[in-house]
Design a protein around this ligand. Structure first.
Ligand code: ZN
Length: 409
C-alpha cells in the first residue's frame, strides 16, 4: 500500500496493513501449495465498453462483489468506527497492517487473543498489508539487503530486522484472509537502477513468502516497477509465474503525475491474470477509482475517507463540504442532501460544524460514517452500472459533475 507522501501525518496510522491467522472455526485446513485456494474469484460480467468487470470474491468469512472499497484499519481499528457500524454501512472486508501490529501490541498478543478477527471483533474478511511501504517510508531504515530490511522503530527506537519469512509468520499469527508479502516500494522519484533492484527483490521476496506460507491464507503478489512499463512487465511476469491467488499494483499514487499513474496502470493490468482479483493499493479517491475500475481493477483501499473526515471534509453529492466553513454555521440541512446514512438522516451541517469547532469526538465519528458510506455507495453504483453495461456513461456523468474536486488519494 502506497500513500502519497504529503498525506503522511500520522505515523501510526500509516503503519497498519496486515494479515490473518486461520480461524479454528473454518474447519479443514487447505494448503495453497497443494493447488487449493482459500479464496475464490469469479468474474460475473465484463462491461461492454471498458475494461471494468463485476466480480464475486469469496473468502472463508463471506462473499462480496467487486469492485470493492476496503476501509483502512491500520491498527486493527477503522478510526472512529466500531465493527458493528462498518457492517451497518455495508462493508464486507477491511484492511489492517501487519507492520503496525507487529510493532504494537505485538503479534503474540493478537495471536493469544485468537487472531485478529477475534481481537478486534470483526468476523468478516480482513486483508493485511505487510507494511513494506511503511518500513521504507516511515522507519529509519538502516540496511536493506537481499535477505531483508533492518530498521529502527519510530515508536521507541528499537532495532528490527524483517525478512519475507518473518512477515509471513507474523501475518499467519494475525490470521487475515488475504495477506500481502513484504515488498520494496521505491519512493517517487527514484532512479531506474534503484527501481530495478526493488522489482527483483520484490519478486524474490514474493517467492520466498509463498514458500514460507504454511497456512491457508491467500497470498497476493505486488507488482512494482515505478513508472517504467518494461520494469512493470518484468515484475508482473515474475509474479504471475508464482500462480498466486490475486495480484496488487503497488508503488503508485506516491506523488507521481496523475496521468503517468494511469498510463502505467493501463499497461500493467493486461499483464495480470483475468481470473484473479486485481488490487490497486492505496487509492480511494472517487475519480481515481472510476478510472482504475475502467481499466479492470477490482479492489481498493485508502485512508482518504477516514482521514479527510477527521479534518472536517466530507465527500458529498454536491461536492466537497468543508464543515469548518462559516457558511455552514446556520445550515440546518443534512451534510449530503441526497444521502440517507446515519449522519445525514439525523444531523445537520450546523450541528456537525459546531461539534468540529468544539473539538468534539462525535464530529469525526459522524463525518467518517458519512464518507465511508459515500464510498460504499459509489462502489455499489459502479457494480450495478457494470452489470447494466452502462459503466462508461456512469463514469462520464460522475466526472462531469465532480471532476477531480475530491483530490488525489
Ligand atoms: Zn451521509
Amino acid at each position: 500500500m502506497c500513500i502519497a507522501q504529503e498525506e503522511v501525518w500520522d505515523v501510526t496510522e500509516l503503519m497498519v496493513r496486515c494479515g490473518r491467522a486461520r480461524s479454528p472455526r473454518l474447519g479443514t485446513r487447505r494448503n495453497p501449495l497443494d493447488g487449493e485456494l482459500m479464496i475464490t474469484f469469479e468474474v460475473l460480467h465484463e462491461d461492454a465498453k471498458t475494461g471494468a468487470r463485476l466480480g464475486r470474491l469469496t473468502t472463508p468469512r463471506g462473499t462480496f462483489e467487486t469492485p470493492v472499497f476496503m476501509p483502512v484499519g491500520t491498527k486493527a481499528t477503522v478510526k472512529a468506527m466500531s465493527p458493528e457500524e462498518l457492517k451497518e454501512i455495508g462493508f464486507d472486508i477491511i484492511l489492517a497492517n501487519a507492520y503496525h501490529l507487529y510493532m504494537r501490541p505485538g503479534v503474540d498478543v493478537v495471536k493469544q487473543a485468537g487472531g485478529l478477527h477475534r481481537f478486534m471483533n470483526w468476523d468478516r474478511s480482513i486483508l493485511t498489508d505487510s507494511g513494506g511501504f511503511q518500513v521504507f517510508s516511515l522507519s529509519a531504515v538502516t540496511r536493506v539487503g537481499d535477505e531483508g530490511v533492518e530498521f529502527r522503530s519510530l515508536i521507541d527506537g528499537s532495532k528490527h530486522f524483517l525478512t519475507p519469512e518473518k512477515v509471513i509468520e507474523a501475518e499467519e499469527a494475525l490470521g487475515a484472509d488475504i495477506i500481502m508479502p513484504l515488498d520494496v516500494c521505491s519512493p517517487y522519484p527514484s532512479d531506474r537502477d534503484r527501481i530495478r533492484t526493488a522489482v527483483e527483490r520484490t519478486s524474490d521476496w514474493a517467492e520466498r513468502s509463498k514458500k514460507a506460507l504454511k497456512s491457508d491464507q491467500a497470498l497476493f503478489g505486488i507488482v512494482q516497477g515505478g513508472l517504467h512499463k518494461d520494469l512493470r512487465r518484468e515484475s508482473a511476469e515474475a509474479l504471475v509465474e508464482l500462480d498466486l491467488p490475486g495480484y496488487a499494483v503497488g508503488g503508485l499514487s506516491v506523488g507521481e503525475p496523475h496521468e503517468a499513474m494511469f498510463e502505467v496502470l493501463d499497461a500493467t493490468v493486461p499483464l495480470l491474470p483475468k481470473d484473479k482479483p486485481r488490487y490497486l493499493m492505496g487509492v480511494g479517491n472517487p475519480t481515481s477509482m472510476l478510472e482504475a475500475v475502467s481499466l479492470g481493477i477490482d479492489m481498493f483501499d485508502s485512508v482518504l475517507p477516514t482521514r479527510t473526515a477527521r479534518n472536517g471534509l466530507a465527500l458529498t453529492s454536491v461536492g466537497k463540504v468543508n464543515i469548518k466553513n462559516s457558511r455552514y454555521a446556520r445550515d440546518f440541512s443534512p451534510l449530503d442532501p441526497e444521502d440517507e446514512c446515519y449522519a445525514c438522516a439525523n444531523y445537520s451541517r450546523a450541528y456537525l460544524r459546531h461539534l468540529y469547532q468544539a473539538g468534539e469526538i462525535l464530529a469525526a465519528r459522524l463525518i467518517t460514517w458519512h464518507n465511508l458510506s459515500y464510498l460504499a455507495k459509489l462502489a455499489e453504483k459502479m457494480r450495478r452500472s457494470i452489470e447494466a453495461d452502462s459503466f462508461s456513461e456512469f463514469k462520464r456523468e460522475y466526472l462531469a459533475k465532480h471532476g477531480a474536486e475530491f483530490g488525489r488519494a
